[in-house]
Design a protein around this ligand. Sequence first.
Ligand SMILES: NC(=O)c1ccc[n+]([C@@H]2O[C@H](COP(=O)([O-])OP(=O)(O)OC[C@H]3O[C@@H](n4cnc5c(N)ncnc54)[C@H](OP(=O)(O)O)[C@@H]3O)[C@@H](O)[C@H]2O)c1
Length: 315
Amino acid sequence: MKKILIIGSKGMLGQELVNVFGNDEDCKVVAWDREDIDIADSAQIRVKVGEIKPDVIINAAAYNAVDKCEEDKKEYEIAEIINGKSPGYLAEISKEIGAVFVHYSTDYVFGKEMPPIPEPAGCTGSCASCGLHNDYIPEIGFDEQAKPAPVSKYGETKLMGEKSVQEKGEKYYIIRTSKIFGKPGVTEGAKKSFFDVMLAVGKKAEAGGGEVKAVDEETSCFTYAPDLARKTREIIEAKKEFGIYHVVNSDPCTWYEAVLELYGQAGIKAKVVPVSGDEFPRPAMRPFFSVLLNTKLNSLRNWKNALEEYLNNKK
Ligand SMILES: NC(=O)c1ccc[n+]([C@@H]2O[C@H](COP(=O)([O-])OP(=O)(O)OC[C@H]3O[C@@H](n4cnc5c(N)ncnc54)[C@H](OP(=O)(O)O)[C@@H]3O)[C@@H](O)[C@H]2O)c1
């Protein structure tokens, strides 16, 4: 039986990882959150993880206050440790005890540059009238090899974390994901996901006859936490080659497009107005486009199907 240590087990993703591995009779889950371990403390990690010697360590803990750490130096220092250094501490102890290490990163490690637009297969680039471009819809996004270039301090700290895992670790998976949604975490400070926030906004607007403004930018992919947790188990069980993976639900969209779909599914009649990001000034810049391309795994389902399941489960 494999011992799986899940850190950040009360977070949005962490609780789904506990469900997925907890339902597997070949796995014994040890679920830790902030009250069990402080991942900022490398000495504590060494003692506590060394005591239980798991076969797999999954780190779903992170600092996720994107705007706070952009403008507050103290907050940035916390983000730098939790997102930047702690993954390295965990990767290091994993290597020492021979455990597989799983860490999550983000599409926010990209954004400074747009990805290249791929030519159709067979195109030599010498002739625009080769016919290969007819009906060709390129898949645009950042694949696992793309060079990261973040636009925010949060993104910088997550990139630091990737580098510290690569530097200190051995048998590791870095799974980049984006816009996670699902049941909120169960800690005091847990944030609701975008869809839960927008459901409340929509119901209020519908009752008051108002409209809802949504940013028609920041194209990226939604990711349903249970789908990501199941895919994580699949990667480990299939003993995939160690390295970087992109795991997101398919069909990229903007926030505006997501709200239209949400209200359609939930039967909310509020009017939704597309606006530019400038209408909601935030301290941290967001990538205008940060679609993650998965070139190594079977794709996850469309986020619209996952959203349907999420809304049905809430009833
Ligand atoms: N959410 C997204 O849209 C998104 C997008 C891209 C990537 N990701 C990445 O996906 C992973 C999971 O994200 P999530 O949204 O599930 O996170 P989450 O809901 O914020 O959960 C993180 C958990 O870690 C705990 N934690 C924070 N600092 C800790 C520390 N020093 N020691 C021990 N535990 C600590 C948190 O406790 P408290 O609540 O008490 O702080 C919380 O229970 C993270 O690596 C995140 O960066 C998330």
